[in-house]
Ligand binder design. Structure first.
Ligand code: NAD
Ligand code: MG
Length: 372
């Protein structure tokens, strides 16, 4: 089959900021025409040292074949690249490349590159257009959708940024063939999350089809597209995160606490692994509170375990800290109002809801039962 036959289009209907997410195997080959159709004359491609050698020449060639002038900016891989220093480098490179308002910044990489390049595009010349070519599962199903861009500050992750919607997202699922297995699993935690939030049928489909997603079959394209549809639906309802976009944080209150406790050391825990443990904890906590059938919590755990993800605090390499440390890490999270904690809990698979005002005592009792 050609990529055209297998192409899935997910529209993100945001009025004058509307754009399409295209999902398909081998899309990068036709990226030139699709990006050229946006009417730019030049593109600055931002990538990292892992992704650049694999895919930058294909993308550059595709764009140049359409008559676009290209410039390549290659940054070191890793979270540390979401910094003021890299932002300066990207902005200066974009200006040096004489990228005008009608031109494009193209982010070719995972969430780190997407967030950084997107933010540079938001601020350079008070905003130029940008295209996301996400190359990790996490960025294809999560970070490239929704328009949140930014960098980290010494005060915390993602604290400096802007909402800036891309003009186009090209999710070429073949690019994931080179992704390290651990990164693939981490992204998969976010895929499963969409089913757990509000789509029990999708979760059941994942239980039956996850192996095809990992193996790169047509299930992968379907899972990426369905995840983008789910995120886009939430983003369209709540573009600037004032209301139910918070549901996307299912599993993240616990997950962020674990990332903090493991000092954001990716050798110990990557974000998706924290999310996997967080999803399992959110369902067990919901069951502990009598909100959710225990069988649903067991199903969540069984599926994440089957996909090779951790689900227990005891699986945090180097330890998850004490209950007090976990509570302190959660209290620092931005989802805290007036001392009480806001959790995303569930009445069952696909039935999550925002639960503000959860008393710390309940959380403590639950964590005591988990740590044992
Ligand atoms: P990442 O960008 O660091 O990529 C993970 C690793 O995989 C890197 O080493 C990268 O070089 C490598 N890589 C990427 N694509 C590859 C490929 N096709 N083949 C081989 N190696 C490849 O990490 P990520 O998980 O994609 O993104 C994490 C970032 O996303 C975090 O900074 C997080 O804050 C951000 N994020 C943003 C949003 C948002 O809404 N903007 C949402 C979720 C996460
Ligand atoms: Mg996440």
């Amino acid at each position: 089959m050609t990529d055209r036959q297998r192409l899935i289009t997910v529209p993100v209907p945001l009025g004058e900021r509307a754009y399409d997410i295209l999902v398909g195997r081998g899309l990068i080959g036709s990226a030139g025409a699709r990006i050229a159709a946006l009417g730019a004359r030049a593109a600055a491609i931002v990538t990292d040292e892992h992704v650049g050698p694999l895919y930058a020449s294909a993308l550059t060639g595709a764009l140049e074949a359409q008559g676009l002038r290209t410039t390549l900016v290659v940054l070191p891989p890793g979270e540390a690249t979401k910094s003021y220093a890299s932002l300066e480098r990207v902005c200066d490179a974009v200006l040096e490349a004489r990228i005008e308002r009608g031109d494009l910044v193209v982010a070719l990489g995972g969430g780190v590159i997407g967030d950084l390049a997107g933010f540079a595009a938001a601020v350079v010349r008070r905003g130029v257009r940008f295209v996301q070519v996400p190359t990790t599962l996490l960025s294809q199903v999560d970070s490239s959708v929704g328009g949140k861009t930014g960098i980290n500050s010494r005060h915390g992750k993602n604290l400096v940024g802007a909402f800036h919607q891309p003009s186009l997202v090209l999710a070429d699922t073949a690019l994931l063939d080179t992704l390290p297995a651990r990164e693939m699993r981490a992204g998969y935690a976010e895929v499963a999350k969409y089913g757990l939030i509000d789509d029990a049928r999708f979760f059941a489909w994942c239980e039956a089809n996850w192996q095809g997603i990992f193996a790169g079959g047509p299930e992968r394209d379907e899972a990426v597209a369905q995840s983008c549809r789910a995120k886009a639906a939430v983003v369209v309802r709540d573009e600037h995160e004032t209301g139910d976009r918070a549901l996307l944080n299912l599993g993240h209150t616990f997950g962020h606490a674990l990332e903090k406790i493991t000092a954001y050391d990716s050798a110990r825990l990557v974000h998706g692994e924290g999310v996997a443990i967080g999803l399992a904890l959110a369902f067990r906590f919901s069951a502990f509170l009598g909100l959710c059938p225990p069988g649903d919590a067991e199903r969540v755990e069984a599926h994440l375990t089957a996909a090779g993800l951790p689900t227990r605090l005891s699986q945090v390499p180097g330890g998850c800290g004490t209950v007090d440390e976990l509570l302190a890490a959660m209290a620092q999270d931005k989802k805290v109002k007036g001392g009480a904690l806001t959790f995303i809990l569930a009445r069952g698979i696909g039935r999550s809801f925002i639960a503000p005002g959860i008393e710390a005592g309940k959380v403590r009792a639950f964590l005591d039962s988990e740590i044992g």
